[in-house]
Design a protein around this ligand. Sequence first.
Ligand SMILES: Nc1ncnc2c1ncn2[C@@H]1O[C@H](COP(=O)(O)OP(=O)(O)O)[C@@H](O)[C@H]1O
Ligand SMILES: O=C(CO)[C@@H](O)[C@H](O)COP(=O)(O)O
Length: 502
Amino acid sequence: MNEYVIGVDLGTSAVKVSAMDRDGKIVAQQSYGYDLHQPHPGYSEQDPRDWLYGTTIAIDRLILRDGLKAEEIDGISFSGQMHGLVLLDANGQVLRPAMLWNDTRTTKQCEEIKEKLGDKFIEITGNRALEGFTLPKLLWVKENEPEIWAKAKSFLLPKDYVRYVMTDKQAIDYSDATGTVLFDIKKNTWSKEICDEFGISMSMCPPLIRSIDEAGTVTDSYSMFSGLKTTTKVFGGGGDNACGAVGAGILKPNMVMSSIGTSGVVLKYEPDANVNYHGALQYECHAIPDTYYSMGVTLAAGHSLNWFKHTFAKDEDFTAMVNRASERPLGANGLIFTPYLVGERTPYADADVRGSFIGVDSMQNKYDFVRSVIEGITFSFRDILNIYDQHGQDFDTVVAIGGGAKSEFWLQLQANIFNKKVVSLTNEQGPGLGAAMLAAVGLGWFDSLQDCAKKFVHFGKTYDPQPEIVVKYNELYKIYHRVYDQTKDLSHDIMKLRNSWD
Ligand SMILES: Nc1ncnc2c1ncn2[C@@H]1O[C@H](COP(=O)(O)OP(=O)(O)O)[C@@H](O)[C@H]1O
Ligand SMILES: O=C(CO)[C@@H](O)[C@H](O)COP(=O)(O)O
């Protein structure tokens, strides 16, 4: 009999499920897309039931279309978009649409947190209070939707909600718990001090589990709904960046990961909780037990390209559009794009800044615009790499994952803009692969994630920086880097005006 694990990658644009065998071979993959709702500036929501249906349909297709036998699926685990607030009532029913990681309506609540706890907040949580995180979202609901707050009995993060429906057990894993900023990173538990300070009952915080821990088995009702067997074990899983790092083999400090998904991430493995970036970078528990990672986040990385395609090139596919952009000259005929479409997180924690195209010229065509979007996103990663430089952190290899890593042109561009060696995976599904690895280790197929990585993680092509192009991008980056300071006041004034018209 065959034995498989399934990694569920609950992304922002779609859920992707990958079935893997004991040799780390991907035997089948399916995905299912869902919508993002942005009813007002700064709002970003999804319906948790869309995640559930999407995941169930994708798993169903593994069984019905790809011929996977349900009894051969030994374990399932998850990688989930982080921070999103799923609020539940006493019966475990969803009370309102989930407020996502890129929802930035909570600036007021973040300011209150800073005023009340100042640097102590960073000491406890390892992070600044930023709009995308879960605690400010809880406070927003408490303040703005008191009738919903009165019914709220617990909260979960996106992948934990799907796991809860599968197993009927509520839990949050440590890697995602840090991203709530209700978690004490040194004591490794929910922070009573923060809960007390902000009037959040500790009973709202679900039990904590490790990413490789068994959270339960598939319930009878989910088995009927999905076609899975009740013998399939369900493991904790982790935040998508922790899982991406596991799937990308970022298991030691000399490597970093770059991820171009809806968001963009530069992530570094950290062996303990003591490195202090003073909140300039996020600090999170890893999915590898008792280790950590730091990261900087571009809120709209793939999202910027997706927005451009959706708005101006709807009928083209990504590959064709990006290939045509690669034929345009370096620097897109003088066009520079900043990717602040939904505000920004790193290095500028600014919910109200918005993106710009600088240098629009009548000799540019649509593909210059696509090229400048791709270059601008990659420059924003360089802004994050600068923070690591400033803290004396050195590394030689960047492992690239996410939808953006499907493009060879973009991989080479990353090497040239970062001036580092960039390595791809043979399959760009880093987070899904990481999730499957958590199930494989949870089942006892391997003693550790490091052992599992030897079988499951396969590096692909290496892209070396090209010195003459590096020099040109260095010059262009210097101009890119000035755009934020020179446009932020304009952005803020426009935002004020929009809000006054709303
Ligand atoms: N062929 C491609 N070439 C370059 N970029 C791509 C390609 N396909 C998708 N992308 C980018 O990847 C993004 C989706 O990445 P993904 O990792 O699947 O996101 P998420 O996990 O947030 O759902 C798209 O929004 C798009 O910007
Ligand atoms: O907010 C963060 C990390 O802090 C994001 O990275 C989300 O976790 C979304 O991930 P993708 O859907 O882009 O993979």
